[in-house]
Design a protein around this ligand. Structure first.
Ligand SMILES: NC(=O)C1=CN([C@@H]2O[C@H](COP(=O)(O)OP(=O)(O)OC[C@H]3O[C@@H](n4cnc5c(N)ncnc54)[C@H](OP(=O)(O)O)[C@@H]3O)[C@@H](O)[C@H]2O)C=CC1
Ligand SMILES: CC(=O)[C@@H](O)[C@H](O)COP(=O)(O)O
Ligand SMILES: [Mn+2]
Length: 361
C-alpha cells in the first residue's frame, strides 16, 4: 500500500490521480489533499477518500507535505508557486511524482541537487515516455531525446494570422483536456519550450541533443534515439492516467489504467518539423535554458503574467511571447539560490506587468 499526498487535487491532474487511486484501493491510499482555494471540492474529495489532512495555498501545501508521512507526493499544482511544495516533498524523502514542471524549471539545479537518484518521477507525458524508453539502455548509449508536440490548435498557421486569436480558440486543444495555463502554453508552444528545459534537467542531456517534432495525434509521447540508430518510442492513447499511475508507483505498471491502442482499424501517425518562425517559443526556451541561472525562472514568470493578461483581455495573443522575449532580453542574470530565483521572479513579473499595461494603454 502506498500512501499518497495530492497537491493540486482539484485540477485536471489531481482529479485524474484520484480516479486512478479510486480504481486501485488495494494499492494506493490518499493521506493528504491540497489545492489553491476550492474548499468545497477539497471537502468533497476528503470525505470520499476519508482524508484527514487538507491544505490551501502553496505555503500550507508545503507544510502539509512536511507534517504528513507519505510514500509519494504528487505535485499537480499549476505554476512556479509549486516550487516550495516540490522542495518540501524532496526534503521529506518521499517520491516526488512531478506534474508541476514549472517548479523544476525555475528551481533548476536547486531542485535536482535536492533530489536523491530516482526520487523525482516525471508525470508530464513526454518525460514519462522518455523515462519508460530509458528503462532499456545506459546513459552513454543515448544519442538524443525527441519530444513530441501536438502543435496545438494553431498548427499550420502563420505568425501574422495569430494576431487576432481569442482565449476561447487558444483553449481548444486538439488532443488533451487540461487546465487553462498549460493549455494556453500548448497553443503558443511555450509548453514545449518548458518541456525541453524539463528534459534537460531530468535526464542530463545537453540542449543540442534534445529535439522537438510535431505529432498532431499525441499518441507517440516522446522518443529516445540510441547511438546505434535505434529509436524507442512510447505510444498510448492520450490519457494522463497512464503517466500518473507510473508516477504513483514507479516503475510498476497499474493494470487497466488506460485503454490500449486499437490496431484493428486504419490509422496514421504523422510527424512534421516545428515551424519555428510561427512558433519561436522553443528556440527562446533553449536559449534561456543554455543561459541557465535565473533565466528559466524569468522566462516562466513573464509567461505566467502574460498568459493571465491574455485571458483577462489585457494583451493580444502575439503579445504573450513578445512580452516574454522582451523580459528575457532585459534580464541581467542572477545567482541560482532560492532567494535569487524568487527575486528574479518578482523582477520578471513586475517587468512583464509594466510592458503589459503599456500595451493595454
Ligand atoms: N492537465 C494535464 O493533462 C497536464 C498537466 N501538466 C502540468 O501539471 C500541472 C497542473 O496542471 P493542471 O492539472 O492541468 O492544472 P489545473 O489548472 O487544472 O489545476 C491546478 C491545480 O493547482 C491548484 N492551485 C492553483 N494555485 C495554487 C496555489 N497557489 N497553491 C496550491 N495549489 C494551487 C488548483 O487549486 P484550485 O482548484 O483551488 O484553484 C488546482 O488544484 C501544471 O504544471 C501543468 O503544466 C503536465 C502534463 C499534463
Ligand atoms: C499531456 C501533456 O503532457 C501536456 O503537457 C502536453 O504535452 C500538451 O500537449 P502539447 O504541448 O504537445 O500540445
Ligand atoms: Mn507534456
Amino acid at each position: 500500500m502506498r500512501d499518497v499526498i495530492i497537491l493540486g487535487s482539484t485540477g485536471s491532474i489531481g482529479v485524474q490521480a484520484l480516479d486512478v487511486i479510486a480504481a486501485n484501493p488495494d494499492r494506493f491510499r490518499v493521506v493528504g489533499l491540497a489545492a489553491g482555494s476550492n474548499r468545497a471540492a477539497v471537502a468533497e474529495q476528503a470525505a470520499a477518500f476519508r482524508v484527514e489532512h487538507t491544505a490551501f495555498g502553496a505555503e500550507e501545501s508545503a507544510a502539509l507535505v512536511r507534517d504528513v508521512r507519505a510514500d509519494v507526493v504528487l505535485n499537480g499544482i499549476t505554476g512556479s508557486v509549486g516550487l516550495g511544495p516540490t522542495l518540501a516533498a524532496l526534503e521529506s524523502g518521499a517520491t516526488l511524482a512531478l506534474a508541476n514542471k514549472e517548479s523544476l524549471i525555475v528551481g533548476g539545479e536547486l531542485v535536482t541537487a535536492a533530489a536523491a537518484p530516482g526520487q523525482i518521477v516525471p508525470v508530464d507525458s513526454e518525460h514519462s515516455a522518455i523515462a519508460q524508453a530509458l528503462r532499456s539502455g545506459t546513459p552513454e548509449e543515448v544519442r538524443r531525446l525527441v519530444l513530441t508536440a501536438s502543435g496545438g490548435p494553431f498548427r499550420g498557421r502563420s505568425r501574422d494570422s495569430l494576431a487576432s486569436v481569442t482565449p476561447r480558440e487558444a483553449l481548444a486543444h486538439p488532443t488533451w483536456d487540461m487546465g487553462l495555463v498549460v493549455t494556453t502554453n500548448s497553443s503558443t508552444l511555450v509548453n514545449k519550450g518548458l518541456e525541453v528545459i524539463e528534459a534537460h534537467l531530468l535526464f542530463d542531456v545537453p540542449y543540442d541533443r534534445i529535439d522537438v517534432t510535431v505529432h498532431p495525434q499525441s499518441i507517440v509521447h516522446s522518443m529516445v534515439e540510441f547511438v546505434d540508430g535505434s529509436t524507442i518510442a512510447q505510444a498510448s492513447p492520450p490519457d494522463m492516467r497512464l503517466p500518473i499511475s507510473l508516477g504513483l508507483d514507479w516503475p510498476n505498471r497499474v493494470a487497466g489504467v488506460g485503454a490500449p491502442l486499437d490496431w484493428s482499424t486504419a490509422s496514421q501517425w504523422t510527424f512534421e518539423p516545428l515551424d519555428e518562425a510561427a512558433f519561436p517559443a522553443v528556440a527562446l526556451a533553449k536559449r534561456v535554458g543554455e543561459a541557465g541561472g535565473t533565466y528559466p525562472a524569468v522566462f516562466n514568470a513573464a509567461n505566467e503574467q502574460a498568459v493571465l493578461a491574455f485571458h483577462e483581455g489585457r494583451v493580444g495573443y502575439l503579445g504573450i511571447l513578445d512580452t516574454v522575449e522582451r523580459v528575457v532580453d532585459s534580464h541581467d542574470g542572477g545567482e541560482l539560490t532560492l532567494e535569487g530565483v524568487l527575486e528574479a521572479e518578482r523582477w520578471a513579473r513586475r517587468a512583464a506587468d509594466s510592458l503589459l499595461s503599456a500595451s493595454a494603454g
